[in-house]
Design a protein around this ligand. Sequence first.
Ligand SMILES: [Cu+2]
Length: 134
Amino acid sequence: MKRSFGLLLVLLGLLASGALAGTANEVSADEKSPAAPAAGAVEVHLSEYSIKLPDTLPAGPTTFVLHNDGHKNHIFKIQGPGIEETQSSILEPHGKGELKVTLQPGEYKILCPVGSHSAKGMTTKLVVTAKKEG
Ligand SMILES: [Cu+2]
């Protein structure tokens, strides 16, 4: 009995260290500007039943900063050039989240895959324009 309990603790420890390692990797990917806000941060507001974000964005690495302003769980999902199907974790009411993607020029579909939210209005389009140099 004691032995299996010890094993469980070891497993939990492994899970915890794995999660920490994942976080560390994500942070080091942003090493260019550790103190500044993430490059291409875009504020997104989700509620019943709408998704608010800019209609157009420049191509490049983008961090969607997600805010659930509603009373239900929502998820931010994006599909388009170079992105098969990427979605955030579940955003609880008044919760926040983040989704990092690299946008390419073209048109993206954004929606909330929870229940029938997208049919009720939680769907929108995003046009990504080529990044201007200089
Ligand atoms: Cu939703």
